[in-house]
Design a protein around this ligand. Structure first.
Ligand code: ASP
Length: 342
């Protein structure tokens, strides 16, 4: 029987209503899981660890480091890992781990729930059972299971705060679908490289992001120029467009990049990719120094910048070169080819 480590980090999954306020509080997760879902022992030999217990909005970089280290240290002893995590920040943590644990050959599956396990009609039970089942299969990646689908973690977005199918990966097909049977899209899984698992946990948080909107005044961005930031991600319109006439952002992009910092353009449209060659304003952004994130999600772009800045000790030139090179399946390879041909 396979051995799985079930790591609890918090979120709605393990909460229970506490009288009289009905506030949610964390109980002893192992007892709760075993009393509600005793059959997990039929799927695998499951060990538990609770490394922290947080609403995922409170997750910090040192929590990612703690989690990555925990998996790294326990890696030889288990066939797979399931991580119970709050849904709100799940895609950020999954993206971080996909970069921090290069060479992973075992499944690392994030899951959580919209309703606590102890509640009637909770989705926690089926999410847990299916995640554990999937973690017994040869899936050599960091993934998110929710509802009925398994997604590549660094391609995923939380798309609903209420639906049980709360996640989607708009620019990459699901890695597996769970219905009557479990169907794994093996051809989509990452091919493990020759190098053994490593722990790369240096991260640099001098990254900022904002969403562009019509009427945004560039003067509000001036403070960013004087800040210690190394990179700003602008979630732009469509294929990566921003105002370049009235309230033009071009002078600000020029100043920011001349100061040796990076401006990276993602899109507010979850489907598709940024292409700064398509419109005049995109071309102007590119000429001013803006970098296209192609089909990377905004959360993954932010996390990848933190990771690369951490790996290259804040050396912006190297980060710029590496940003669109795939590290863990987070960007489509043909996007990189386009970049090289440009
Ligand atoms: N606020 C919770 C969290 O992200 C929501 C959830 O778990 O679904 O921790």
């Amino acid at each position: 029987m396979k051995k799985i480590l079930l790591i609890h980090t918090g979120g709605t999954f393990g909460m229970v209503p506490v009288e009289p306020s009905q506030m949610l509080a964390p109980p002893d997760i192992q007892d709760q899981v075993l009393s509600h879902v005793p059959e997990i022992q039929q799927i695998a030999r499951v060990d538990f660890s609770v490394i922290f217990n947080l609403d995922s909005a409170n997750i910090q970089i040192h929590h990612w480091q703690q989690l990555a280290r925990h998996i790294y240290e326990n890696y030889p002893r288990y066939d797979g890992f399931v991580i119970i995590h709050g849904t709100d920040a799940m895609v950020y943590t999954a993206a971080a781990l996909s970069f921090m644990l290069p060479g992973i050959r075992k499944p690392v599956i994030f899951t959580g729930s919209q309703r606590p396990l102890a509640q009637i009609r909770s989705d926690a039970r089926s999410n847990l059972i299916n995640s554990l089942e999937l973690a017994t299969h040869p899936i050599p990646e960091v993934a998110i299971f929710f509802g009925t689908r398994l997604f590549r973690g660094n391609r995923t977005l939380k798309i609903s705060s209420t639906h049980y199918d709360a996640f989607d990966s708009p620019n990459f097909p699901p890695l597996a679908e769970v219905g009557l049977d479990i169907e794994i899209a093996r051809h989509l899984l990452l091919k493990p490289g020759p190098n053994p698992l490593a722990l790369k946990d240096a991260l640099d948080t001098r990254v900022f992001s904002f969403q562009f909107f019509p009427g945004l005044k560039p003067e509000y961005l001036k403070a960013l120029l004087e800040s210690p930031l190394k990179a700003v991600v602008i979630e732009a319109l469509g294929v990566g467009n921003l105002a370049v006439q009235e309230n033009s952002l071009i002078p600000w992009i020029k100043d920011f990049t001349r100061a040796g910092k990076l401006v990276v353009i993602t899109s507010q449209s979850p489907y598709g990719r940024t292409d700064l060659n398509l419109y005049e304003c995109g071309q102007m952004i590119q000429d001013a120094g803006g970098i296209s994130a192609h089909d990377m999600t905004t959360p993954t772009t932010i996390v990848k910048l933190m990771f690369l800045l951490g790996q290259y000790a804040g050396e912006v030139g190297r980060v710029r070169d590496e940003l669109t090179v795939p590290l863990a399946g987070e960007i489509s390879p043909e996007e990189t080819e386009n970049r090289i041909q440009e």
